[in-house]
Design a protein around this ligand. Sequence first.
Ligand code: 5AD
Ligand code: SF4
Length: 442
Amino acid sequence: MRAHVITYGCQMNEYDTHTILSELVAGGHEIVTSPHDAELMVLNTCAVRGKPVEKVVTLLGELRKEKQRRPLAVALMGCLAQLEEGQALAKKFAVDILIGPGAITDILPAIEALETQGRYTSLAFKGDLLTHIPPAPATLTGFLTIMRGCNHRCTYCIVPTSRGPEVSRPVEAILNEAEAMRSAGVQEIYLLGQNVNSYGLGLPGYPSFAELLKLVAATGIPRVKFTTSHPMNFTSDIIDAIAETPNVCDFIHLPVQSGSDRVLRRMAREYRRERYLAIIAEIKAKLPEAVLSTDIMVGFPGETEEDFQATLSLYDEVQFDSAYMFIYSARPGTPSYQHFTDLPKAIKTERLQRLIERQKYWSQQRNQRWVGRELRVLLKQPSDDGGYNVGHSDQNHTVLVPNEQVTGVGLYPVVIEQATPHALYGSVVSAERQRLPLLMAS
Ligand code: 5AD
Ligand code: SF4
């Protein structure tokens, strides 16, 4: 079949799409870039907030009409497919294949079944995803899943329902995949999981996350980054592993969600503000150059102006380099949807605006301190207007340099000349003046 795959949501979903694509190709199907050429449309969906769900609903409506005009099969995959919400949508929009995130390798049997039995549904959490190693991507940055699912029960979050309980991949599968990526020329690996720090927790024979970091770094990949972390599992040995291992980047994404203990309690986040700040203090003491980012939610049910002020003051104390900021979205199937009343939209959007202002202020301050200094930048592609080449520093800043200074993709020493809240601008340093060693995987 000619297949077209559309991905919504997080990096975990992008990784899963990579697996889906490689399964389709292995099964002899053709991947097409235009949906108009497709006989099979695969939607790898996200359900974490209402917006991505609305997008899928709109598209399913269009595809239902398209199906009346020509032969076309539709596969609803990913987080939304796993939920009652997705199952109802599948019925309403005559979806042919419904596969949850734990069963994506069922795409080939699903296509075969279409011919014999019509509709196909698989919502299992299958073990084969833990040992499955998709072919290495032909990109500079590659994702590598180390664990799936989540055992936390944040009251706003649908992920534990859609992705199921935590399971860790065997270390051999992870290291083999890292090695395959290194040999394919991948320069930067993102270790992925809903909660990477609890990798192997309580499982005999599994390394801890800190040990795993060192093992992956030992494959010789120039850069290792990871996401997402949970403050409850962010132990000192992880900070030490980052400090001791040069190719594990000084970039830490540690979602805080709120600066108010009252809200954190209602969210069932197991830590409190003081604990979070203590982890940040330890990171800053051991990794003075570390870049810090976070996830913050505004407008959680019952959040008062005082609670929101606590979030702003936490932001000022930590001085995050960047943040993903979200308006609380009530998701059917979550405890907060069931038990709490949503705040008026106007209050939520106004708080988001104020938070964005604070974020811009600190991002500018934090970025400014790099002006005049050298960073190691993985330059990846020309900017949309073609004038610059864009890449990321070891610490994950977005860095732009004039295109004419770049002879090809790869790692470059760059001296920073200008900073904005969102990016750094600089020039490539000549080989004689360069101070940072450049390690490339070949
Ligand atoms: N509404 C808004 N944001 C949410 N997130 C998770 N669930 C919701 C929700 N219901 C955010 C959290 C999480 C990030 C991936 O998405 O901040 O860290
Ligand atoms: Fe959702 Fe909380 Fe698990 Fe993150 S830690 S995936 S926010 S339940």
